[in-house]
Design a protein around this ligand. Structure first.
Ligand code: FE2
Ligand code: FE2
Length: 293
């Protein structure tokens, strides 16, 4: 669902402040899940500015005023996301993982290098990564009870907030790519490669992050923990894989991906909410319901 009067994504405040007491194992019962999500968070302050820069470059070639407005909304949301993730990541470094700093420098360099690639390749990466976010939403929000039961509700709400907005702007990068590069076979080929480039690159960088964190926690060499991690990685792959496969097919259109009702209800709840920040989700509720009601 989009802003009812327009199709322009709207940017909402982060649903919580970032106090120092956020623990790096915000899901105490599941350190592997905490590490996987923390690893993904680590990439955001480098990935999302890259997405913004790329789609802004692309916007210069777009004619449609509506699509240009949608791109502006996309950029506002992504800028909001990466700033929030940077604050969260700073807490992770402060609260146990100072060694992530070196990996952040590597990530910075990786995106500087990627920024020098031709625009079509960067846009295909952007649209490709955005396709994966629909699968991540299915995982994070569809499987929220398994992921967040008993976890720190602030972190759960933060991750859910991000994925709600990813749902909202899921078509923007795809539309911008299509508007500029059209429907030719060559355009499809580049876009299809971008699905795997964008998603696998971010997964690889995230893995480097959780590797460092689990090593620091003394869990990387622990067979039981590695088995738990492997099962969670497979769980993630099964949730996101179908979205990537569909995105890589000719004729793909993200509009055909059905949004989760929970996400739609969250957006509707926000529209009638009169406070600055959204309420936190209740991670102790057996169903973790939409928090506005
Ligand atoms: Fe985002
Ligand atoms: Fe996005």
């Amino acid at each position: 669902m989009l802003n009812r009067k327009t199709t322009i994504p709207i940017s909402r405040p982060v649903p919580f402040d970032f106090p120092d007491d956020i623990h790096r194992h915000w899901n105490r019962a599941d350190r592997e899940i905490s590490a996987m999500a923390n690893g993904a968070s680590l990439t955001m302050p480098f990935l999302e500015p890259f997405l913004i820069k790329t789609i802004r470059d692309c916007a210069e070639l777009v004619d449609s005023p509506l699509l240009k407005e949608e791109i502006k909304g996309f950029c506002l949301q992504e800028a909001h996301h990466f700033k929030a993730h940077r604050r969260f990541n700073d807490l992770l470094k402060k609260n146990g993982y100072p060694e992530l700093e070196a990996l952040e420098q590597d990530m910075k360099q990786a995106y500087i290098k990627l920024s020098q690639k031709p625009l079509q390749k960067r846009m295909a990466y952007t649209a490709g990564f955005e396709a994966m976010t629909m699968g991540i939403t299915k995982w994070i929000i569809g499987d929220r009870v398994k992921l967040f039961a008993g976890a720190d509700s602030r972190v759960a709400s933060f991750m859910i907030w991000h994925m709600v907005e990813e749902t909202e702007h899921k078509c923007v990068a795809f539309d911008a790519y299509k508007a500029v590069y059209g429907h030719s076979l060559s355009s499809y080929w580049h876009r299809m490669l971008g699905v795997f480039h964008g998603s696998l690159h971010v997964m690889l960088l995230s893995r480097q992050g959780y590797h460092i964190m689990l090593k620091k926690d003394g869990l990387w060499g622990n067979l039981k923990s590695r088995w738990r991690l492997w099962r969670r990685v497979c769980w993630f792959a099964f949730a996101t894989g179908p979205y990537l496969i569909r995105a890589a097919l000719p004729g793909h259109n993200p509009r055909r991906e059905k949004d989760l009702q929970w996400v739609l209800d969250w957006m509707e709840g926000w529209e009638t909410w009169d406070k600055d920040q959204a309420p936190l989700v209740d991670t102790h509720h057996p169903n973790i319901p939409v928090p506005f009601y």
